[in-house]
Design a protein around this ligand. Structure first.
Ligand SMILES: Cc1cc2nc3c(=O)[nH]c(=O)nc-3n(C[C@H](O)[C@H](O)[C@H](O)COP(=O)(O)OP(=O)(O)OC[C@H]3O[C@@H](n4cnc5c(N)ncnc54)[C@H](O)[C@@H]3O)c2cc1C
Length: 471
């Protein structure tokens, strides 16, 4: 077969069971799948991975230069990875602290990075609207509940810290328990933090909608096409070779399976569940009318949102890391962790105690050794990449896509000089050190949360671990 034509796949697999989000996609967005690469082809830009990173990059490149020949190769289907499974927080969270960013650049650059993240949230909403992607956009901000004295102390310190960096109450503020309850009613709340810079979205609608949008702009997406190796100017797949001047890696949690990238990031699982749609009587008690995204101050991070169809979707860390950075479907179901998440949901919102849990799923997030996401272009090799977002890639991938487009087209913009551009994270330790370190870290955080809940005192071991290996 001649190059560039995708072959049709009449028996494309169904991905509905991947997450609540996939299960609630309208038929037109859920499928049918696209065919694989049908032989060798040439392009100007070859992108590996059709998650947000690959799709945003293709979007901004195609907008900037409609003559560019852009190809995306995707092992499964667009939105198969974290982009179709996440917690729906389109947030301005950036995993590296301002202090850490400033150490590698300057105070003003760290602030510029944070402001660029605020902007990425709004830019995501702007494009979703402009391209008529019905992503259930609800910009209600984030509430960080303080549910113990220790959590309150940490949360208040966070606000003070934000002030010391020049961020005012419009960006981060402390809310009293009464003010928190005006947003949403939960248990044991002593107050909380609030930032307006987060929107709740339907993540798979964004990923799948973007895929259709970039195709309309002329981008060719080949699914069921795994990149076997990335080489300068070449992406090798079982179905042929894509030759392109620029090759972009956008594979996030799956990166360690590519030759040469085993220790670039570690995949750590985040697991989620969702309730059935809850009745008006529940929302009358709880409020949550602004669709705020909600977390609390525990060490093993949790995140919750109210979906457009009135479910609660809640997720958290705590699933085991697997030796040699292995990623597998079987790791997405961990009954012990899903049970903890269900208990947490019902502790936070006792009025949901009889709610049926309709969906349980999971996916991997990619953690760089220094917790510093990056985006970059190695002009000599024609190789570009973006990722390592930890669990915060929804808005960051938009900024990454715009940045990659500017780097590739040579546009001299403010964003190509942000401190994460061309940042190189150190490699992770070889096994078994990696396994031992990450498992220990996860265990310390879990036991710290139990201890803090029981004694009300901060667990010092967790604070130390937070500095060494904050998975
Ligand atoms: C359960 C969960 C909850 C999360 N919650 C949030 C949240 O609320 N807010 C937030 O900001 N972030 C969250 N994240 C993280 C966020 O979803 C990711 O950072 C983001 O989706 C990353 O997008 P991506 O395109 O880089 O990666 P992905 O969406 O994972 O896309 C990578 C793609 O590459 C493909 N691929 C991999 N290897 C190959 C290969 N060899 N050849 C071809 N294709 C390949 C994969 O199939 C996949 O489709 C969460 C993640 C998970 C798992």
């Amino acid at each position: 077969m001649s190059a560039a034509e995708a072959v049709s796949t009449p028996s494309a697999p169904s991905y509905r069971s991947l997450s609540l989000w996939w299960d609630t996609l309208p038929a037109g967005l859920a499928g049918p799948g696209r065919g694989p690469l049908g032989g060798d082809t040439d392009a100007d830009v070859a992108i590996v991975g059709a998650g947000y990173t690959g799709l945003w990059t293709a979007y901004y490149l195609a907008k900037a230069d409609p003559t560019l020949r852009i190809v995306i190769v995707e092992r499964e289907t667009a939105g198969f990875g974290a982009s179709g499974r996440n917690g729906g927080w389109c947030s301005a969270l950036f995993p590296a602290s301002w202090d850490k960013i400033a150490r590698g650049s300057s105070r003003s650059e760290a602030i510029r990075m944070q402001r660029a993240m605020f902007g990425a949230v709004d830019e995501t909403g702007r494009v979703a609207e402009a391209e008529k992607l019905d992503v259930h956009w609800a910009k209600g901000g984030t509430l960080g509940l303080a549910r113990s004295a220790t959590q309150e102390a940490r949360a208040r310190a966070e606000i003070e810290h934000a002030r010391s960096w020049g961020f005012g109450a419009d960006d981060y503020r402390w809310l009293s328990a009464t003010e928190v309850a005006e947003h949403a009613v939960s248990t044991e709340v002593r107050g909380g933090t609030f930032t307006p810079h987060t929107a709740a979205i339907h993540p798979a609608r964004l990923a799948r909608g973007l895929a259709h949008t970039v195709e309309r702009l002329g981008v060719r997406i080949f699914e069921q096409t795994a990149a076997l190796a990335l080489e300068p100017g070449v992406v090798r797949t079982p179905h042929g070779v894509v030759r392109a001047e620029r090759v972009i890696r956008a594979t996030e949690g799956y990166t360690p399976s590519l030759p040469g990238y085993r220790r670039a990031v570690v995949p750590v699982y985040s697991l989620m569940l969702a309730t059935e749609p809850l009745p008006a009587s529940f929302w009358d008690v709880v409020g949550w009318g602004g669709h705020e995204t909600i977390t609390d101050g525990r060490h093993l991070y949790i995140y919750a949102m109210r979906t457009e169809d009135d479910r609660i979707a809640l997720g958290g860390r705590g699933a085991p890391y697997h030796f040699n950075s292995k990623v597998s479907e079987e790791y997405e179901q961990v009954p012990r962790v899903h049970a903890v998440l269900e208990r947490t949901l019902k502790q936070l919102f006792p009025a949901a105690k009889d709610a049926r849990i309709t969906h349980r799923w999971g996916g991997s997030v990619a953690i760089p050794r220094d917790w510093f996401p990056s985006v970059g272009l190695d002009k000599g090799r024609g190789y570009a990449w973006a990722g390592g977002y930890v669990g915060d890639g929804v808005a960051a991938s938009n900024l990454a896509g715009r940045t990659l487009a500017d780097l590739i087209t040579g546009a001299d913009t403010e964003i190509v000089r942000l401190p994460w551009v061309n940042h190189l994270s150190p490699k992770w330790e070889p096994e078994p050190l990696r396994w031992l370190g990450i498992r220990t870290s996860l265990a310390v955080f879990a036991s710290a949360d139990r201890k803090e809940q029981k004694t009300g005192k901060p667990a010092r071991r967790a604070e130390v671990m937070q500095k060494i290996l904050p998975v």
